[in-house]
Write a protein that binds this ligand. Structure first.
Ligand code: C2E
Ligand code: CA
Ligand code: CA
Length: 543
């Protein structure tokens, strides 16, 4: 406020100096007019214009006295009005400055709010939840109390989104939030941490009975169907629970363990689960493994294996698919299915994806330099399709390694685009603009609409191996395979069949017009040395 006053004073001073100049001109003109009038009067009275005659005129002519007062009146009036005007103008400036200032503060608040809140529901987002969780942990450890974190995930949300559209999906989420808000207290935090995933932070000394009571209440709100555009929709939710200090001392660990409990909850009939140590056992020590994976990315425990994709028309290996492996010091050779899903939930998937891309492109550069011109396909996880920085990371890699972008394929699954189809389309389009090939992986298992598929800048469709592996025994799988091949060709895409384990399947696929075949019939994924050796050997025949 003081600053404002100071600037008002400076404004007034400036304006006054301008206005006073005009008042001064007025006064000078009045003076000039007075001298002229006195001289004329002197001449009329005595026939001459001398100082003496002018003093005489001044003494005798009353009207000149009134004129004498004019310069002073002008000077006073000018000074007075200039002060009033300057203050009025100054206060207008001050008002407008204050308005601008308020607007700026408002915009700043809005920006902060948007970075910490979900735009659809207005709830705190993952960032703010972490903040509050950290703060709550500090408070609880000082007061020697506990706190509880629940992760709640809607079970059939994808279907709602897919069958009724995203607008209805959004409506459903908002209705769920309204119901949840009735249950939680003001001191608790309800946050949206994923598309259909919410976190509830109960900041209190929590007894087991109280927690169970809250779970019951949470489950009850899903017993009533939700009404979306006149339809009654039944949605279930699963809940994973972890607490401080019993299940972890840090926000990261508690979050991970609540997530692990959620995975268990989805599989049990009670639809909720409290974390316990046995849950780590299912897949080899998942929690500690995540810490180790972080380490493995930095050391040389990860490896990339390559599986050939055989182009039938050209009768050659056009490209290979890069598949990550982990040589774990204790658990041995781990397949991606054992660590990729967890990496996706914990955010480790980003450094992992970048690691695989780097390793694959580096290897590709070596092959190309040796004259082996084959393409390399790398798998992108769903999280990668929400990462707006990924295209720039890839641009950086393409300038680092001497391998043309057209030799790179990125395999994305249909399902990975469901969370944010518009963003996924944007990211894929940017990648395609770089001349990178996009391939739709595991096709047939997702729910993408044909309209969406048509919009995608994809050049390749990979039939999910579950259909391919059973197509000889199952007539319906054979029909699906044939339909996908026709669909892909109608959309001007090359069609790949993966999971081809025997000659009969390969022959049938060739007859159906499939373009590329990948599978154990030709080769399992191999390390780069074994791949070079395999490429030099005679391939399995398809006729
Ligand atoms: P995917 O992309 O569908 O990869 C094909 C999987 O099928 C590979 O399993 C491959 O070994 C297996 N496969 C190939 N031919 C046959 C066959 O004839 N019969 C059978 N039964 N299986 C066959 P893998 O390497 O265990 O990978 C599993 C999944 O893990 C991949 O499925 C992919 O979704 C994911 N993945 C692998 N590497 C990466 C990676 O670097 N990044 C990401 N984000 N995901 C990866
Ligand atoms: Ca793949
Ligand atoms: Ca696949």
């Amino acid at each position: 406020m003081d600053k404002l006053r100071q600037s008002l004073r400076a404004n007034v001073k400036l304006m006054k100096s301008e206005i006073t100049r005009y008042a001064l001109f007025g006064t000078l003109i009045a003076f000039g007019a007075l001298i002229l009038a006195t001289a004329i009067n002197a001449y009329l009275q005595s026939g001459e214009i001398t100082i003496q005659a002018m003093i005489e005129a001044q003494k005798t002519n009353v009207t000149l006295w009134i004129m004498d007062a004019m310069p002073f009146i002008f000077a006073f009036w000018g000074q007075y009005t200039s002060t009033i005007m300057a203050y009025e103008a100054g206060s207008i400036v001050m008002e407008q400055t204050a308005d601008l200032r308020n607007l700026t503060v408002e915009l700043e608040h809005k920006a902060v709010h948007e970075s910490t809140h979900d735009t659809l529901t207005g709830l705190p987002n993952r960032t703010l939840l972490y903040d509050r969780l950290n703060h709550a942990i500090q408070m609880a450890s000082r007061r020697k109390t506990s706190l509880v974190l629940m992760i709640l995930d809607l079970d059939e949300f994808k279907q709602v989104n897919e069958t009724l559209g995203h607008y209805s999906g959004d409506q459903l989420l908002c209705q769920v939030v309204s119901r949840l808000q009735i249950i939680i207290r003001k001191s608790d935090t309800l946050a949206r941490v994923g598309g259909d995933e919410f976190a509830i932070l109960l900041d209190m000394s929590t007894h087991r009975e109280m927690v169970l009571n809250i779970v019951k209440k949470l489950q009850k709100i899903f017993m009533e169907p939700f009404s979306i555009e006149g339809l009654d929709i039944e949605v279930m939710a699963s809940i994973g629970i972890a607490s401080f200090p019993d299940h972890g001392m840090e926000a990261d660990t508690i979050m991970q363990r609540a997530n692990l409990a959620l995975v268990n909850a989805k599989q049990n009939t009670k639809k909720f689960a409290v974390y316990n140590k046995d849950m780590d056992k299912g897949s080899p020590k998942r929690i500690t493994m995540m810490g180790e994976l972080r380490h493995a990315i930095d050391t040389n425990e990860l490896m990339v294996y390559y599986q050939p994709k055989v182009n039938l028309a050209q009768d050659r290996v056009g490209s290979v698919e890069a598949l990550v492996r982990w040589q774990h010091p204790e658990h041995g050779f781990l397949s991606p299915d054992e660590f990729i899903p967890m990496a996706e939930r914990t955010g480790l998937i980003r450094p992992l994806t970048i690691w695989v891309l780097n390793a694959a492109l580096k290897q590709g550069e070596k092959w190309h330099k040796k004259g082996l011109k084959i393409g390399i396909a790398v798998n992108l996880s769903p999280a990668a399709l929400l990462d707006t920085e990924l295209p720039d990371v890839i641009v950086g890699m393409l300038s680092l390694y001497e391998i043309p972008a057209r030799y790179i394929t990125l395999e994305v699954t249909e399902g990975s685009m469901i969370k944010d189809p518009d963003l996924a389309l944007k990211i894929l389009s940017r990648l395609a603009e770089l001349d990178i090939k996009i391939s739709i992986d595991d096709f047939g298992t997702g729910y993408s609409s044909l309209a969406y598929l048509k919009k995608l800048p994809a050049k390749e469709l990979k039939i999910d191996k579950s259909f391919v592996m059973d197509m000889l025994e199952s007539e319906s799988d054979a029909v699906i395979v044939k339909s996908i091949i026709d669909l892909g060709h109608n959309l001007s895409m090359k069609v790949v069949a993966e999971g081809v384990e025997n000659k009969e399947t390969a022959v049938k696929l060739k007859a159906l017009g499939c373009d590329i075949i990948q599978g154990f019939y030709f080769s399992k994924p191999l390390n780069h040395e074994a791949l070079i050796q395999w490429l030099g050997e005679k391939r399995q025949p398809i006729n």
